[in-house]
Design a protein around this ligand. Structure first.
Ligand SMILES: [Mn+2]
Length: 351
């Protein structure tokens, strides 16, 4: 995205050389030729990273082959339900050994996102294939398939699985469901600007294969405890508008979690709540996860055609100021600051 610098943030134009260096056919051939495959994604996997790993593992399984999924937790309960019967390993419990001749890193290309597996991966660049839809990443894989225009990593897998002659298996626990989970969750259930025609055509195809989106929506989005609403009430009460109401900043401190008995598992997507206000273009949620450790979540509304908004900030650039990153409209960072210090720093960064 482009955008004005009216809030004092320069849009970074010099993107890194993070792009595809291999064709879908080459990567398909590489996977076909592998004897033992390890699949992984970023720490604290989301629906897309997990969905991508599940899709490949299930596709291989349907052809009598095996690929081992290694995740770095915590894995949210709602995602564990999506995993169903597909075997997974947790790196924390059981680090991988030396038996693999192919490693596929999904939905990230950043060392900072690979936590306890980073050391193991660093010695294996030549056997790593990266498949990702983020705009930035590190040179961690010998072969890369990167498309920042893709709505999800699972979308990138479809031509790959087709090139491998894999069936998009229907039903609960199938490949189609895993692909859909990644596509639906990364597009905010098809609300975000990334839900373009290509994404919708894939969604239609997966639904026609029998993906039960009502069931998946309830498993993933309508499964929270009452603590979620108690924390939401406190976050809304904390809300501060800056930039003439165009930026909403909410905070949750340690005392909010103590008072409600809630934890971070209760607050996914809470950052989006202020977006229902017309004037809000940017929403920021600051959560003190541990004493003096604050997680920053940044979201923005894409400009609507023809509208001239005063605030058009690249969330990825904003997050990078705090050592984080992400996409143009959704990004995050973790900082060693208390909640008040973090709020002051964010307001200052907004100019
Ligand atoms: Mn993703």
């Amino acid at each position: 995205m482009g955008g004005s610098d009216r809030v004092g943030l320069e849009v970074e134009r010099n993107m890194s050389e993070y792009s595809s260096n291999a064709s879908v056919e080459q990567i398909a051939g590489r996977i076909e030729a592998a004897r033992r495959i390890l699949l992984t994604t970023h720490i604290k996997p989301d629906g897309d990273g997990l969905g991508a790993a599940l899709a490949i593992a299930r596709a291989m399984q349907s052809r009598g082959r095996c690929a081992d999924i290694f995740l770095m937790g915590p894995v949210e309960p709602r995602l564990r339900e999506i995993i169903a019967d597909t075997p997974i390993h947790l790196v924390e419990d059981q680090p991988p050994g030396n038996e693999y001749d192919l490693v596929v890193v999904l939905d990230t290309g950043s060392w900072s996102q690979l936590g306890p597996l980073a050391g193991w991966l660093r010695t294996r660049r030549e056997i790593i294939v990266g498949i990702d839809h983020h705009a930035k990443g590190d040179d961690l894989a010998a072969m890369r398939l990167v498309d920042p225009q893709a709505a999800s990593t699972t979308q990138l897998l479809v031509p790959l699985l087709e090139a491998m002659g894999c069936e998009i298996t229907p039903g609960v626990g199938g490949v189609a469901e895993a692909l859909f989970v990644g596509l639906a969750t990364d597009t905010g259930w098809f609300r975000f600007s990334s839900a373009d025609g290509r994404a919708m055509r894939l969604a239609a195809r997966l639904l026609e294969l029998g993906v039960d989106k009502t069931r998946l929506y309830q498993i993933i989005e309508e499964r929270f405890r009452p603590q979620r609403l108690a924390l939401q009430a406190r976050a809304l009460a904390s809300m501060q508008y800056v930039r003439d109401g165009a930026v909403a900043i909410m905070t949750l401190g340690r005392e909010d979690f103590q008072a409600t008995g809630g934890d971070v598992e209760d607050i996914p997507e809470l950052v989006n709540t202020p977006m229902s206000v017309r004037a809000v273009r940017v929403s920021i949620l600051l959560v003190e996860t541990e004493r003096n450790q604050t997680k920053m979540s940044f979201r923005s509304k894409p400009p609507v055609n023809g509208a001239d908004h005063d605030v058009d900030v690249d969330m990825n650039v904003l997050a990078q100021r705090f050592g984080g990153g992400g996409h143009g409209h959704a990004a995050g960072a973790r900082v060693t600051m208390g909640i008040d210090e973090a709020r002051t720093a964010v307001v200052a960064a907004l100019g």
